[in-house]
Design a protein. Structure first.
Length: 214
């Protein structure tokens, strides 16, 4: 990473090295975290969330669910106004159970108590569609996260912070929830909500090119 002196010497600031060219990209998500990650690597998509039924099919495996959700969100966003539409979906999975966003304080506390001292999976599906390839393509990236053992007081304090309530699994690794994460195996950005390496590989497959600024 460039420090301030290196930034002044090169004339470039951290995060501005790669600039995408020639493609209009739409993010089919209202997630501020996903937008932040895309901007981190030099992308600045149009943001237009899509509305799809997020019900899980009977006996649908978690991997299949997040892949389907990502594809449906991307497909729903395809119009002639853009070249590419990116959809994504993230699920926290403990054993075989998908842990969604908590309904209330009691539900958030129950989720965190179950995650305490254990390892869980975070699955993020990423999909791209275009007018020329409306069926799209999707990948699913799995990461494993281990929590420290939490006391009842720690759980209560975290829940009262308000952070868990719009987060799958009732925590945010990029926020206060980082204090509980003992180890991450896999893609950190995938746990945040968008695995950047795999996302950029998909974008290249759909024809996105990059050029360094002059």
């Amino acid at each position: 990473m460039l420090n301030n002196l290196e930034s002044e010497a090169t004339g470039h600031t951290p995060g501005s090295f790669w600039k995408p060219v020639g493609t209009r990209l739409r993010l089919a998500s209202a997630s501020a975290r996903r937008l932040m990650l895309l901007r981190q690597v030099g992308l600045d998509p149009e943001v237009r969330p899509t509305n799809v039924d997020e019900s899980r099919h009977a006996d649908e495996h978690a991997v299949d669910y997040v892949r389907r959700m990502a594809l449906e969100k991307a497909r729903a966003g395809v119009t002639g106004e853009v070249d590419l539409v990116l959809g994504a979906d993230t699920a926290v999975v403990l054993e075989d159970e998908i842990m969604g966003k908590p309904r209330d304080q009691a539900d958030a506390m129950s989720m965190l108590a179950r995650l305490s001292g254990r390892e869980h999976r975070v699955l993020t599906g990423v999909a791209l569609c275009s007018p020329d390839r409306p069926g799209g393509r999707a990948v699913v990236v799995e990461s494993r996260v281990r929590f420290k053992r939490l006391s009842d007081a720690e759980i209560l304090a975290y829940v009262k912070s308000g952070e868990p309530f719009d987060k799958a699994g009732a925590y945010a690794i990029q926020g206060l929830g980082a204090a509980w994460v003992a180890r991450v195996s896999g893609s950190y950005s995938g746990v945040v909500g968008l695995p950047l390496f795999e996302t950029l590989e998909l974008l290249r497959d759909f024809g996105l090119t990059f050029s360094a600024p002059e």
